[in-house]
Design a binder for this molecule. Sequence first.
Ligand code: ATP
Ligand code: MG
Length: 674
Amino acid sequence: MSTILNPRQNQAVRHIDGPCLVLAGAGSGKTRVITHKIAYLIQACAIDARHIAAVTFTNKAAREMKERVGKLLRGDAGKGLRVSTFHTLGLDILRREYKALEYKAGFSIYDSADSTHLLKELMKRSFGDDGGQAERMLWQISRWKSEFVLPEQALQLADGDVNQTTAALLYEQYRHYLKTYNAVDFDDLIMLPVILFREHPEILERWQNRIRHLLVDEYQDTNSTQYELVKQLCGVRGNLTVVGDDDQSIYAWRGAQPENLSLLQQDYPNLKVIKLEQNYRSTGCILKAANRLIASNPHVFEKRLWSELGYGDPIRVIRTRNDQHEAEQVVSEIMHHMFVQRTQYADYAILYRGNHQSRLFEQALREHDIPYYLSGGTSFFAYTEIKDIMSYLKLITNPDDDNAFRRIINTPRRELGPATLEKLTEYAMGRGHSLFVSAMEFGLSQVLSDRAAEKLQRFCHWILDLQHQAEGDAPASVVKRLIVDIDYERYLLDNSRDEIIAERKLENVNELANWFERLAKANPDASLNELVTKLTLLDTLDRNEEDERGNRVHLMTLHAAKGLEFPHVYLVGMEEMLLPHRSSIEEESLEEERRLAYVGITRAQKTLTFTYANQRKRHGEMQECSPSRFIDELPDEDLKWSGEGVEMDPEERQQRGQAHIASLRSMLAGTSNE
Ligand SMILES: Nc1ncnc2c1ncn2[C@@H]1O[C@H](COP(=O)(O)OP(=O)(O)OP(=O)(O)O)[C@@H](O)[C@H]1O
Ligand SMILES: [Mg+2]
């Protein structure tokens, strides 16, 4: 394997005594510096791979990095090398050192749903409230943990402010109970190792001897606690290589501190700073657009990027009628492009701002039998709100589904609390019936108060009523009635951290309702039950698609796309309110959104296409949209516009589009057999 590096990259690779910062724009070979440096340390400097650790931002990036290093090394020279995310490194430390923190073996890791649940319980018990603010509290606690603020400091910082003081007291209790339950949360995976190393210098020394060279990719997105951990592990030896790009800092909202880049210089006076300026990834046209866009942001470090790859194709901007048309258009474009250029599915990526945007693309891809891989972000069906509504639907189509029953009996609140549920469960177990059937039984009034029994029965009758409706009416109308009947919008508004999150959840719920509508149209004879089963199966399929290899179109958020590259990129939903996101427009904080767009643009190697819709469904209603201001900031001469005018009757166009797609499909099917 040839190791091609330019002189500055080489300099960074060979600087092995003392701290080194590579500060450079996208596609300039920063990650390449890390992988080649690891190989150099092992092969040229004979350093045991066990003494090297590399940290990056996502599991996907870590896997890729490991693979790339593997290709550079001979035999099993890489044995013992650590390449992971910060969280996995922290977990690794905790797994070995938990005793010193007075944890027990086999501690569990709480995800945010578990943490929220615990906080809710604590809030009910200690403050006598309904725990509706639990998510907001979790966000605050997480923020403190990422800034390395301990509960006692949080209390001081609150300085008498009632809300802050409450949050700080809750933080203290939360910490206490996590420990009692022998559990750690996500932020603890970083925070606890830092605490451990502060309290036990001898353990820190052991780790410093273990990890003698630390390399950090995507450094601009580290938070204060992570930086603290980096400093501890490097100690006085300071064999630290960090690479980053302040223009790609996109996690400030989660506590990342791009200022950590400048802090490095203060903390390590002997820091060697290397800048890279040649971009090896993108064509001249794409690079020019990226440079122009980011020039609108203020800059701490001036950077210039140039490319030798030639101008390439102009950037395309496709205007579409609405969001669904956008998805169809992109998919048909990809098929057409593949046919003409003889490319593969894996050469394409569809990137978007928010997870909820993926659904229409997934659907269009599925409809055309195009394999895709959805990475980053939670599976649509793993969202609490989707689980809630799906549980209702499962219960309507199968009242004996006890899991579904338990999940939603008190969501939204019906004053059917744990005590009632416990008695009902006991009764049902005694009778050998499902919870639903038992709740309808007469004998229940002997174990429950009249009020509780009546409430339960009212609930069951309502479910039966919906079931009845499902036999006659369109499935989608049942879903819509359900959402209205339980006043789910109110529930989301009352129980989310803020309005924006509530809105996002509502969008997901509406997306689910829309999906039912479309599915029902495509399968006119299917019952609600069949549609629910179909969607549940899709979910299982999604989860099983962990293996991202293979020839598939990539679908991901801009956040998840960081560090990756694709020959052909579709940046979709280039609209005001989406990118830049509504909240950032309201708060007039556009810089981070511009950086996100910059990250998106710089993922593209050969072609870049922007799409936007004239109308988009929001809260179940069509709304007018306007193109993103970021498109206006790009060099006009490099943009090639196309797409929907008003000249053609929409139906005619749709029919033509379908016919076009059908003919492309048969052609593609023909070529794949060659
Ligand atoms: N000296 C070089 N010669 C040839 N190709 C290079 C060189 N350096 C980097 N590349 C290639 O350029 C592309 C971008 O490199 P890399 O991913 O390391 O950039 P990066 O700076 O980490 O980008 P990002 O900021 O997006 O993370 C890769 O395909 C890489 O293999
Ligand atoms: Mg990189």
